[in-house]
Design a protein around this ligand. Structure first.
Ligand SMILES: [Zn+2]
Length: 90
């Protein structure tokens, strides 16, 4: 089975990808997510950088952020999907 490299190589690829996320297309983001899942690499906080429904990168202006009761709500302006992230109590 071809897996496209070791886990380490994959996570390095992912790091590089997200460093230059702006301008990436939804299909590229979908591909990198599939690659991460296939190699058991967790995207962690990087998951917050794109819409989990339509895979659009959240460039400035593409998302609407609201803080509500300890949650950060990020609404994707392209598909209206709302992602909910728990805020760390500090
Ligand atoms: Zn979306």
């Amino acid at each position: 089975m071809v897996k496209g490299g070791s886990k380490k190589v994959v996570s390095e690829k992912i790091e590089l990808f997200f460093e230059k996320l702006l301008g990436k297309t939804p299909s590229e983001i979908k591909k990198i997510k599939r690659m991460a899942m296939g190699s058991n690499v967790s995207l962690g906080t990087k998951k917050k950088l794109f819409c989990k429904k339509c895979f659009s990168a959240f460039n400035s202006g593409d998302s609407e952020i609201r803080i509500k009761k300890g949650f950060k709500l990020v609404k994707c302006k392209k598909c209206d999907n709302i992602s909910k992230w728990k805020l760390n109590s500090s």
